[in-house]
Each structure stands twice: as structure tokens, then as C-alpha cells.
Design a protein around this ligand. Structure first.
Ligand code: MG
Ligand code: MG
Length: 447
């Protein structure tokens, strides 16, 4: 079972809910293969989020869920069978037996029987919901199964199978977090916030970005996370103007800011948190001006989160504040409305303000319904993460150049508004500066 993950009953409830949508249909999720790290060494296996969502199974597996009332109807897992020789090297596998006993599969088979069983099931349904595989070869196998069945259909007086993308079906379910999911996301958020607080207390000039990364990743893992939810970003000074900076090699200098975008994954669920703090004890005047502007934009954006609002509305609230501030500070010229209209703020703020958050850090689920940004519903979790990135070569007052600031929190939509899951990580400038001046907290890092 997933480390610290939901109980088997939670997965069963999800499957039951999904099965109701599968009248004379089946859902098929192919195996996510292991990825090679080097030669015969693999990256740690991270199971397909959809397979894990519906089963809790963490090894390579294909999943089939059907509702056709014929042979072997129900929940089938295709797994690696037990193998004494492989297990000597890589550890015990659940195998066929435990896939049924522990994970509640009605039927279990070795992975090499996936194709034949899929064909057998397809004969009984009208629609295949398929979670497209990672490779063309996997998609080809599934199309061949569909073709086999469709060749038989004209003589049976039945129309060809319809293939629907399962991403939508699963995305809609995963977007509405159940109570046990919210609990795990709270835990991931809390561990993550504590790691950032400790960094605020212990960071010192002269440390390297990779040491900050090591400290944060250590904090996630030791608290029971599977690891970081994504590649930890520790970006000092102008490196923070690179949105997905992950080299983390530079030495941190007094007077610079440090942007850390880092979070843990707990029980299969991600947090996603960014703070921007001074490497020294306080923000300089220009740094403070930009920081307070980003914070004001973030607070205005978070304030809009409630059922019925939309991700677009959240973004617009952030952009309005950012544009106002950029004009006030002289980084943009002219009227605020004109700058919003011509999008010249994108010189400093190019990304969106929010994404869905859940089992995947950029979680599944549609952002728009037709031509409209979809209304938020209780149980949705989104990030709110405005930023300002003034590149070193930007044609603005020199004091602002080479400054990157982002402030990111994870926000749950509730019945009557929202709850900030990551609220334990301070973000007011005075609070951060107080932590930076705190004495007596020992750093795990050597300088
Ligand atoms: Mg982030
Ligand atoms: Mg994010």
C-alpha cells in the first residue's frame, strides 16, 4: 500500500463511483513503464497517478474497470507476478495474490496477459475509456485490441467501439477532493510549511543553493513524505528570474533574495509552496517594494477564491494589483487599465496565477468549460502564486534588476470560501525578517 496513503476502502469507494459512469463501458489504464536512469539502473518508480488513485497499487500495473455484466466484470489488475530471482535484487512484490487480497482486485493477471483480456472485455462493451499511454507503442497495442474487436462487429450487427479519452472522466473525479484526500493534502502542506520555516530560521550567507535543496528535501523525507513533490527550486539572486531554475549550484550572497519553490509529497498527494526570503536579515528597499507588491497581489487573488469564482478571476485579481504597483514604482508607464489591456506586465509576470493541485503537482481536470473559465467548487484545490521577475538586463531602474519574487500557497475551496492549506508558512515581510533574526536554531548545513 502507498506509504501513508489512503485505506483500501477509500479506493473501493472511488471505483464504485466511477463504475456508475461506465454503463456498457470499460476504463483501461495501461502500465506506466519504469524509466532508465543509467544503463541498467532505473529511476525510483512513481506509479501512474490514475492507477494509484483507483487502487493504491504502487508497482507497475495496468488497470481495467468494467461495467458490462458479462464474464469477469469488475476491477482487474495486471501486475508483475512474483519472481524469486528479481525479488532477490529488488525486494518483495505484491504479485497476483496480494493484488487481489490487499488491493481488492476482483481479478488479477500477469501483465503479459493484458492484451488478451482487454480484447475479451472489449467484446462486451460499446465504449472504451482509455487513458492514453506514455508511448506510441502502448497506444498501438490498444488500437490493435480495438481493431480486433471491430472486425467482428459488422457480422454481429453492432457498431464499432467508441473510444473516449479517460483523462476527462478521471480528471473530473480527481478535481473534487474527498475528505481523506484533503486530510493528506493538509499533512503534505504542514510538513512543507515547517520545512520552509526552518529554512527561514537557519539560512546563512555563504551557503549554496544545493545545500538549501538538501535541507528542504531532507525535511520532507524525514517527516514521512515519499520525497519532494517536484524538483526543488532554490534560486538565489538573479537565478530567481528563471522560472524553473533547478541547477541549484550558486553560492548565496548577503543582500540577495532566495526564492525556494519546494514541497513534499505525502501519501501520494502534493503540496506546492514558494517563499522568497532575504539571504541576510532583511529585504532592501527595492526588494521590499517588489515583495510587498507580490504579497498584496497574492492576498487579493486568494480573497477571490470561493465557490462560483474561477481561476481566471483569481488571475485577474493578481494582475490588477501587480499592474497598479508596477506603474506606481515606475516599472511600467501609462495607465493601469491600458497596461492590463496590452499585457505589457508580461515583461515581469509571464505565467498564470493558479493550477490544480492533488496527486500530480499540476493536477488533472479541465480549467475551462467551453469558452468559460469553470466555476470553482468545494473540494477543488488550487495554487495561488503570483510573482515578479525583473531580469538583469531589464530596462528599468538598476535597483530592481536581477530580482525574482514568487509567493505561492495551496488553497482549498470550501463551502463558504476557502482555506489556505499552507498558512503555517509565514509570508508577511516583518514575520519573515523576525525569523531571519532568530537566534539559537541550529542549521543542518555547513557553510
Ligand atoms: Mg511551485
Ligand atoms: Mg505551482
Amino acid at each position: 500500500m502507498t506509504l501513508n496513503g489512503p485505506e483500501p476502502a477509500a479506493h473501493a469507494a472511488r471505483r464504485a463511483q466511477l463504475k456508475e459512469r461506465l454503463e456498457r463501458a470499460l476504463l483501461f489504464i495501461p502500465e506506466l513503464p519504469q524509466s532508465v536512469y543509467s544503463n541498467d539502473v532505473h529511476y525510483p518508480y512513481r506509479p501512474d497517478s490514475n492507477v494509484r488513485y483507483l487502487s493504491g497499487f504502487e508497482e507497475p500495473a495496468a488497470l481495467l474497470l468494467s461495467n458490462h455484466g458479462k464474464d469477469e466484470d469488475g476491477f482487474t489488475l495486471f501486475v508483475q507476478p512474483r519472481d524469486e530471482q528479481s525479488e532477490t535484487w529488488t525486494g518483495k512484490r505484491p504479485g497476483i495474490e496480494d493484488a487481489a487480497r490487499v488491493y481488492g482486485a476482483d481479478y488479477t493477471y500477469p501483465l503479459d496477459q493484458t492484451h488478451d483480456k482487454l480484447v475479451a472485455h472489449l467484446r462486451h462493451v460499446e465504449t472504451l475509456y482509455y487513458a492514453y499511454g506514455q508511448t506510441a507503442a502502448v497506444n498501438q497495442h490498444v488500437l490493435e485490441a480495438v481493431q480486433t474487436v471491430n472486425r467482428e462487429r459488422p457480422r454481429a450487427g453492432r457498431p464499432p467501439l467508441a473510444i473516449a479519452d479517460a483523462a476527462h472522466l478521471l480528471g473530473e473525479m480527481r478535481l473534487r477532493k474527498r475528505p481523506e484526500e484533503i486530510e493528506l493534502m493538509r499533512k503534505a502542506a504542514s510538513i512543507t510549511a515547517a520545512a520552509h520555516v526552518r529554512l527561514m530560521e537557519t539560512l546563512a550567507p555563504g551557503q549554496f543553493e544545493y545545500q538549501v535543496q538538501a535541507d528542504l528535501d531532507h525535511a520532507f523525507r524525514i517527516a514521512g513524505c515519499a520525497g519532494p513533490a517536484y524538483g526543488t527550486i532554490a534560486a538565489g539572486g538573479a537565478n530567481a528570474t528563471v522560472l524553473h531554475y533547478t541547477r541549484n549550484e550558486a553560492k548565496l550572497a548577503e543582500g540577495d533574495l532566495l526564492l525556494t519553490d519546494a514541497a513534499g509529497e505525502y501519501g501520494g498527494y502534493c503540496a506546492d509552496l514558494t517563499r522568497t526570503i532575504p539571504v541576510g536579515k532583511s529585504y532592501s528597499g527595492p526588494q521590499a517594494a517588489l515583495y510587498d507588491l507580490v504579497l498584496e497581489a497574492q492576498q487579493a487573488a486568494i480573497a477571490t477564491v470561493r465557490p462560483g469564482a474561477s481561476v481566471e478571476e483569481v488571475h485577474k485579481a493578481a494582475v490588477a494589483v501587480l499592474c497598479g504597483g508596477l506603474v506606481d514604482l515606475g516599472l511600467l508607464e501609462g495607465g493601469v487599465d491600458e497596461r492590463i489591456e496590452d499585457e505589457s506586465y508580461k515583461r515581469f509576470y509571464v505565467h498564470n496565477t493558479s493550477h490544480w493541485l492533488g496527486m500530480d503537482v499540476h493536477d488533472s481536470g479541465a480549467y475551462r468549460i467551453g469558452d468559460k473559465s469553470r466555476p470553482l467548487e468545494p473540494g477543488f484545490v488550487l495554487t495561488v502564486e503570483p510573482g515578479l521577475y525583473v531580469r538583469e538586463d531589464a530596462e528599468v531602474d538598476e535597483s530592481y534588476r536581477g530580482t525574482g519574487i514568487r509567493i505561492e500557497d495551496d488553497v482549498l475551496v470550501t463551502e463558504d470560501g476557502h482555506e489556505v492549506l499552507t498558512s503555517e508558512a509565514p509570508k508577511a515581510r516583518a514575520e519573515i525578517e523576525a525569523l531571519r533574526r532568530k537566534k539559537g536554531v541550529k542549521s543542518r548545513l555547513s557553510t
